[in-house]
Design a protein around this ligand. Structure first.
Ligand code: CUA
Length: 354
């Protein structure tokens, strides 16, 4: 970001401290445009501040004029009752015409033109074409989860996007079913994910951290639970993450010889002999389903069911047995595993996929 927008940002930041606006943001700072953490989001934030500032100024002006008008009218009618109509009252009646022309047409036209021009400039600045952005990741929207692909490295994941800090990376988005919208409020504006076509935007995170994203286009019953996280790493750490994720996890295929009796090996057998394999893939195993999220490095992910619950053993077991009670309308059917030991083994296997 150049110096000028930075100064504007600093100057205008004070505005959000005023009024209840900051209170709204404080409730959920995981998804707030008021906490921009990248250049793309800065542009949207500053535009928003201008809209808020101008809107507030117009509102104050209109209310002030209204109050003055009511007071004058009351005084005028009192005068009339006291003295009867006179030439002065008639003269003031002509003035509002000019006032309406200026305040009602010229001023709004000026403000709207200015705001529109500024919005176009912001739009241009944050437009994809950031040609210098590194094409890094493709995200495909599904009801109700996110497929995440790093085509160059052959990494496939879900509901979690990793990127290096301080680098402008390009995200290409598409959809497999209905229209979704890709939105990481702290990093960038929204972009629609439309079946049959591809859109792009760029992201750049200033600081390492976890930033929440959300589907921003109503796409069905579980639209609200179509969330994801963006994890920004230091560049070296990111490279290591990418290299690690390009490999099959060590635990994916323990014991080929048939006499491995460990819990993880038993869990693998449960997985491979269940209906899981029709929809899910795990690199290095016979599971190559593509309907549902790829589970290759499942254990290293933060959440289950696209941000619905934290990824831990308890939630995972509830999710496997009865996903419809957690996310009604999700496409995953419940799994019939009556034997608690089989379930424990399956959980142990999935949790080993680091
Ligand atoms: Cu996907 Cu809303």
């Amino acid at each position: 970001m150049s110096q000028r927008p930075r100064r504007i940002l600093a100057a205008l930041s004070g505005l959000t401290a005023v009024g209840g606006v900051s209170a709204c943001a404080a409730g959920n700072d995981q998804q707030s445009i008021l906490n921009p953490a990248g250049e793309h989001a800065d542009g949207v934030y500053v535009l928003w501040l201008w809209l808020l500032g101008l809107g507030t100024a117009v509102w104050i002006a209109v209310v002030a004029i209204l109050v003055v008008a009511v007071m004058r009218r009351r005084r005028g009618s009192e005068d009339q009752t006291a003295e009867g109509s006179d030439g002065r009252a008639a003269a003031t009646r002509g003035r509002p015409v000019a006032a309406v022309a200026v305040a009602g047409a010229a001023v709004p036209a000026l403000i709207i033109t200015g705001v529109a021009a500024y919005a176009v400039i912001v739009q241009r600045d944050i437009d994809v074409s950031g040609d210098d952005a590194r094409p890094l990741v493709e995200v495909v929207g599904h009801q109700y989860w996110w497929e995440v692909v790093y085509p160059e490295e052959g990494v496939v994941s879900a509901n979690e996007i990793h990127l290096p800090v301080g680098e402008r990376v390009r995200v290409d988005v598409a959809s497999d079913d209905v229209i979704h919208s890709f939105w990481v409020p702290e990093l960038a504006g929204k972009i629609d994910m439309i079946p049959g076509t591809s859109n792009s935007l760029w992201l750049e995170a200033r600081e390492p951290g976890v930033y929440w994203g959300q589907c921003a286009e109503y796409c069905g019953a579980q639209h609200a639970r179509m969330r994801f996280v963006v994890v920004a790493h230091e560049p070296a750490e990111f490279d290591a993450w990418l290299a690690h994720n390009a490999q099959a996890p060590a635990a994916a295929d323990p014991g080929q010889d048939g006499d491995d009796e460990s819990l993880v090996a038993r869990g693998r057998d449960v997985f491979m002999s269940s209906s899981c394999v029709y929809c899910h893939a795990i690199d290095g195993t016979p599971a190559v389903g593509r309907e549902g999220p790829d589970l290759t490095h499942f254990a290293s992910r933060h959440t289950l069911a696209a941000g619905t619950r934290p990824n831990d053993a308890e939630n995972l077991s509830a999710w496997i047995l009865d996903p419809q009670s957690i996310k009604p309308g999700a496409l995953m059917p419940g799994t019939d595993i009556d034997d608690p030991e089989e379930l424990a083994a399956l959980i142990a296997y999935l949790e080993s996929l680091e």
